[in-house]
Every structure is written in structure tokens, then in C-alpha cells.
Design a protein around this ligand. Structure first.
Ligand SMILES: NC(=O)c1ccc[n+]([C@@H]2O[C@H](COP(=O)([O-])OP(=O)(O)OC[C@H]3O[C@@H](n4cnc5c(N)ncnc54)[C@H](OP(=O)(O)O)[C@@H]3O)[C@@H](O)[C@H]2O)c1
Length: 281
């Protein structure tokens, strides 16, 4: 599996499997199929409420723990380091693991300084190999970097052809934060899978639109975690290492950027309030 090296030396696969919105009763089968297809990096979260199924599928696969790269995420907590540590213990228990490879703060909301301090301690205790964030705009990221000991290893943000995040990408690269895409296919919005530009590039390579999008992200240095419940698509989404997009093709995709989210803005006050009040653990 192709990997990148995070800012603390940990190796992370450039392509993994995301399990958001897979219903709890389908997650074990989906992860079992994904592991059989060859995925070794899994992306879940306390908020997805399917960590137990991910854990069962990993255990039943017989794949050695050190061959897997497991990411989970901390949901917004009440203030105080102890709440984050308790939430982490709950995730570990649900996953059935003694450590995770990457622990991400899911949202830049609430008392996230105490959350980050607790995550730094979990890292120092060897319970998480790397810590990072998700959905952080560059101003919040800079603030976190400036006032804490550990620079996040990863920032997982919405990134796809309609929201390319080049300025965020450049900022993160400058500060040693690995860019990870969520929603690489924009969950199919804007008719991504039948987009004429992507379709014509795909047919030139004998590949699918999904494969072109993943290849485009990986060539930009972005880690990807596509989701599918279908084994044929799982295999298709993994099969992106035998072709390369040329500079002219990359240039054709660049103007597809709309510069805005296709989901919601993490700085929208209503969403800040709504998500900030939700509790998971
Ligand atoms: N940090 C965050 O706030 C955040 C937010 C959202 C997502 N994420 C993470 O990012 C992962 C990926 O994002 P996402 O799940 O939102 O969306 P996505 O990967 O952009 O899109 C998933 C959709 O694309 C379809 N699909 C997958 N492969 C396909 C293919 N080869 N051809 C045609 N359709 C295909 C899937 O349908 P089928 O399943 O029916 O194949 C599903 O409807 C998540 O699972 C999660 O781990 C994180």
C-alpha cells in the first residue's frame, strides 16, 4: 500500500476506506468486504456510531493489528481534559483495540483547547500514534499550532473537484499538516459521476470517473478515504495506482472548483450551534 509520512514520522496509507453513513447493521459486512478487497486503512468516528462493527470486522479478518491503520474521531465534548479521555476510552472499547493510529478532533467547536491537550497526553502515553483535526479552517489551525506543543498531523476536510481547497492545501503543506479529503466524490452531488470533463478524462485512460477523482487527489498529495458498500466499487476505488493524469488533465479539472462547500460551511453560526450541542458519549 502506498503511504505518506506524517509530521511525526508515522506512515499513513494514501488510500483508505471511510464508513460514514453506513448503517450499523451493514458496517461489519462492508468493512469485512473492504479488508478482503485490500484496504488496510479504515476511517470511522464516535459520531458514526459504528465503531463496534468496525472492530468486529477487523478482529474477524485475522489481519495483524500492525498491518492496519485505524482512524477514529473525538466528538465535541464538555470542557475539561477528563471528558476527552473518557470519550477516547469509550472509542477504544467499542473498537476493541489498545491503541489507534490516528485520533482526529472531529469539529473545531467547544472547548477544543482542552480536547487538544488531552489528545496530546493520549499521544504521549502511546495510546494514539498520531493526532490531528478535522474541519478546521486555516485560521483555527494556525491558532492551534501557535499555542500548543503538537502540530496536528492531519486535517481532514471536505475536498473534491467542486471544492478543491488549494489555498488550505498550500497552507497545510507549509506547516507540515497532511491534507486528507472527506467526501472525495462529493457523495455524488453535482452529478459528479457523469461530469463531462471527468468522463472524458476517464475514457482516455480506460478508467472510471471515481478512479480519476481519486487519482487526481492523490497526485495533489491528498489522502483519500472513499466510502462504498459495494465490493465491486471498493475494488474499483483501490485500483488507481496503474495510471497517471498528465499536467493538461490536471489543468482541465482545476476550473471545476466552485470555492464553496457542497454540504455546509463549518463557520455557519447555525451549524456551529447545532453540532456543538450534540453529544455522542
Ligand atoms: N470529518 C468529517 O466531518 C467527515 C464528513 C464526511 C465524511 N467523512 C469521511 O470521509 C469518507 C468518505 O466520504 P463520504 O462517505 O461522505 O462520501 P464519498 O466517498 O464522497 O461518496 C460516497 C458515495 O459515493 C458512492 N460511490 C462510491 N464509490 C463509487 C464508485 N466507484 N462509483 C460510483 N459511486 C460510488 C457511494 O455509494 P455506494 O456506497 O452505494 O457504493 C456513496 O453514495 C466517509 O465515509 C467518512 O469516513 C468525514
Amino acid at each position: 500500500m502506498n503511504t505518506i509520512t506524517l509530521n511525526n514520522g508515522v506512515e499513513m496509507p494514501v488510500l483508505g476506506f471511510g464508513v460514514y453513513q453506513i448503517p450499523e447493521d451493514q458496517t461489519e459486512q462492508a468493512v469485512t468486504d473492504a479488508l478482503a478487497a485490500g484496504y488496510r486503512s479504515l476511517d470511522t468516528a464516535a459520531a458514526y456510531q459504528n465503531e463496534e462493527s468496525v472492530g468486529r470486522a477487523m478482529r474477524n479478518s485475522g489481519i495483524a493489528r500492525d498491518e492496519l491503520f485505524v482512524t477514529t474521531k473525538l466528538w465535541v465534548q464538555d470542557p475539561g481534559e477528563s471528558n476527552t479521555k473518557r470519550a477516547f476510552e469509550n472509542s477504544l472499547k467499542r473498537l476493541g483495540l489498545d491503541h489507534v493510529d490516528l485520533y482526529l478532533m472531529h469539529q473545531p467547536y467547544g472547548d477544543y483547547y482542552s480536547q487538544w491537550r488531552a489528545m496530546q497526553e493520549l499521544h504521549a502515553e502511546g495510546l494514539v500514534r498520531a493526532i490531528g483535526v478535522s474541519n478546521f479552517h486555516t485560521d483555527r489551525l494556525m491558532d492551534l499550532i501557535t499555542h500548543n506543543d503538537i502540530t496536528p498531523a492531519v486535517n481532514q476536510i471536505e475536498t473534491h473537484p467542486f471544492h478543491q481547497r488549494q489555498a488550505d492545501h498550500d497552507f497545510m503543506r507549509e506547516h507540515g499538516v497532511q491534507h486528507e479529503s472527506w467526501g472525495p466524490f462529493a457523495e455524488g452531488r453535482n452529478n459528479l459521476f457523469s461530469d463531462p470533463t471527468l468522463t472524458s478524462i476517464a475514457s482516455a485512460h480506460g478508467k472510471s470517473v471515481a478512479q480519476v477523482v481519486l487519482r487526481w487527489l492523490i497526485q495533489r498529495g491528498v489522502v483519500v478515504i472513499p466510502k462504498s458498500v459495494r465490493p465491486d466499487r471498493m475494488a474499483e476505488n483501490l485500483d488507481v495506482f496503474d495510471f497517471e493524469l498528465g499536467a493538461a488533465e490536471m489543468a482541465l479539472i482545476a476550473p471545476m472548483d466552485t470555492g464553496t462547500s457542497l454540504f455546509f460551511d463549518h463557520r455557519d453560526p447555525q451549524m456551529v450551534s447545532f453540532l456543538g450541542q450534540r453529544r455522542v458519549d
